[in-house]
Design a protein around this ligand. Structure first.
Ligand code: WAQ
Ligand code: MG
Length: 266
């Protein structure tokens, strides 16, 4: 059997043992050296400060990555955290998640505890991740070169062509590909990044501006899931390599009503 030619490349940087930035992707062998260079530059130039430790891990993948299509992207124009939470509630409850689960997620995400990974909640809000402090890390995801170019072009028209949006869309697309997952809520832990998102297969990736006040240094992710084997889901999230190879439309601000009426064709 021919060896798989794909590699996972991951980077983590820190300054005085405090995490600064991370990045990861899936690449072919001939791209690895260039990506290591890019990740190094990125760690040195990060706005949170120059890293003094950069760890880069390169692993050949045993399995061929699964090719998937990205979620379509759009934005709401929420004015403040209250409006943002209301919109998030409407989107998530419209796919069968109960109100109390969404409330539980917001409560946990605004409490000020920082988790490295995501919370898993069932539709009633019961926490299901085995490690409640760490959460579940999604890893082994990437985007191929042609899809990355297409995504940059589509996001560029909206003034959104940056690593933060690209990487969040890649992660959310991998997560929503698994049928047990009904939705995701994400709030950045970056104090200056106040746009979060909701992702569902029905509505796609919906950006939600002003979901938190500027200056708040914590955030997090919650995945809402229905019945099924949680351990299989965790294995998928952590280990199954997935590559975005096609990009759905990316649009600017859309009224919430329109998003709720629109059913995506996926
Ligand atoms: N797997 C699971 N959870 C993660 C992962 C991961 N790979 N990476 C981060 N998290 C969790 C963790 O609790 C972080 O504190 C939290 O998510 C936020 O992570 O379209 O930058 O890297 O403009 O701060 C949204 C972009 C950006 C919205 C989200 O997340 C837009 C972002 P951050
Ligand atoms: Mg961050």
């Amino acid at each position: 059997m021919a060896l798989n030619r794909y590699y996972s490349v991951r980077m983590r940087s820190a300054r005085e043992a405090v995490h600064i930035s991370g990045a990861e992707g899936i690449y072919e062998k001939n791209e690895v050296a260039k990506i290591v260079q890019q990740y190094t530059d990125r760690a040195f130039e990060h706005e949170k400060g120059r890293a003094d430790t950069i760890r880069i891990t390169v692993d050949r993948l045993r399995d061929r990555p699964r090719k998937i299509v990205s979620l379509p992207l759009c934005s709401l124009n929420t004015r403040n955290a209250e409006a943002a939470q209301k919109a998030a509630m409407k989107l998530l409850t419209s796919v069968g998640i109960e109100e109390r689960a969404v409330e539980e997620a917001f409560k946990a995400l605004t409490m000020g505890l920082s988790m490295r990974g995501a919370m898993l909640l069932d539709i009633e809000g019961v926490r299901l991740e085995p490690d409640l402090l760490r959460g579940v890390r999604v890893t082994r995801m990437g985007i191929n070169r042609s899809a990355s170019k297409d995504l940059s072009r589509k996001l560029g028209r909206l003034g959104l062509n940056n690593d933060t949006v690209k990487e969040a869309l890649i992660l959310a697309s991998k997560v929503q590909k698994y049928r047990m997952v009904l939705g995701e809520l994400c709030i950045s832990d970056d104090p200056n990044y106040t746009t979060g998102y909701i992702a569902t297969r029905t509505h796609g990736y919906v950006r939600i501006p002003r979901i938190k006040k500027r200056g708040i240094p914590y955030g997090g992710r919650a995945f809402f899931i229905t019945g099924g084997e949680v351990m299989d889901l965790i294995k998928y999230l952590q280990q199954t390599p997935v590559i975005i190879s096609e990009i759905k439309p990316c649009t600017g601000v859309v009224p919430l009503k329109e998003i709720l009426e629109r059913k995506s064709r996926r």
